[in-house]
Design a protein around this ligand. Structure first.
Ligand code: GRG
Length: 283
């Protein structure tokens, strides 16, 4: 296992352990709902956003605490909720995710909707936990919560734009990239910003981390479009369906090089983050 793989495994293991402890208290949650939540939380997600959050935290000088994993898990809960809701019949109407049946196929549409809702509220409950506030202080945790809620709101707007674009004849590059920035870029921006905020970084560093995260998120979505080329949905509008694979790859190259430029300002210790981002997109 090389350095990056070991680092990813270490972060993912700690994220998984923290998530398990969050959903082991059964008394407060309906048993069927809890099962639907656990099914979605532990169905093989790569934990990419928590890795970005923890790595930015360490890069900006944060250390020595398990509490950062609670913030990372809050972010992953928001991500998981968005996937559950995105798969619903009234959204993308998908049957499979991560090679397994979607939550609504297994537990019904009603329970899947509620599992997503429960994850949003649980995310903020976790972030506002006593130990998190004691470690990072009220101001930093409030700032982090503001970033997380703003990114979750941006995702919903991005999803609305995506739905409308599938039915619209007016689409251009700016609109598409704005939609990607909201739908996918916002949560990666939040990952980077929250890591920086909780490390105690100043606003300049935090903004730069956020822009780096957002550019990586846009590149990630463009790359996801290319992977989805073969999925024969004729009505699905994407950058690649409009501009083709070659131009999409150029766009990915642009966003990745901008992200790497910003990352290089953080010095030599940004090596793991740069490797993680490149390995995700250029694998
Ligand atoms: C609020 C309904 C609603 C939707 C929000 C983010 C979003 C909009 C929908 C998610 C669906 C989706 C496919 C978004 C694109 C981002 C993306 C490629 C997500 C998959 O991320 P990975 O590969 O997921 O990190 P894993 O499975 O590893 O957790």
């Amino acid at each position: 296992m090389n350095g990056l793989e070991g680092k990813i495994k270490d972060i993912s293991d700690r994220v998984n352990r923290t998530l398990e402890s969050c959903f082991s208290q059964t008394e407060a949650t309906d048993a069927n709902l809890l099962e639907a939540i656990q099914y979605s939380m532990f169905s093989g997600g790569k934990r990419l956003r928590p890795c970005v959050l923890v790595m930015f935290y360490e890069l900006c000088g944060g250390g020595g605490t398990g509490e950062i994993y609670k913030a990372a898990c809050a972010l992953e809960m928001i991500h998981t909720y968005s996937l559950i809701h995105d798969d619903l019949p009234c959204m993308d109407n998908d049957e499979m995710r991560r090679g397994k049946k979607c939550a609504h196929v297994v537990y019904g549409e009603d329970m899947a909707l509620l599992a997503g809702d429960a994850l949003i509220t649980r995310a903020f409950e976790l972030l506002f936990g006593k130990s998190v506030i004691e470690k990072f202080g009220y101001k930093a945790v409030l700032d982090a919560a503001k970033v997380l809620s703003a990114s979750a709101g941006a995702m919903v707007s991005g999803q609305a734009m995506d739905i409308r674009m599938d039915k619209s004849s007016f689409i251009n590059k700016e609109l598409l990239l704005d939609m990607y920035s909201k739908k996918t870029g916002a949560l990666f921006r939040a990952a980077a910003e929250i890591g920086a905020i909780l490390s105690g970084a100043d606003s300049h560093k935090t903004d730069h981390a956020g822009v780096c995260g957002e550019y990586f998120g846009i590149a990630f979505q463009l790359y996801d479009d290319i992977k989805d080329i073969d999925q024969d949905d004729k009505n699905k509008v994407s950058y690649v369906s409009i501009y083709g694979e070659a131009k999409t790859k150029c766009e990915i190259g642009f966003y990745m090089s901008e992200a790497m430029k910003i990352l290089s300002e953080f010095g030599n210790n940004s090596k793991f983050l740069a490797e993680l981002m490149k390995a995700t997109i250029f694998n």
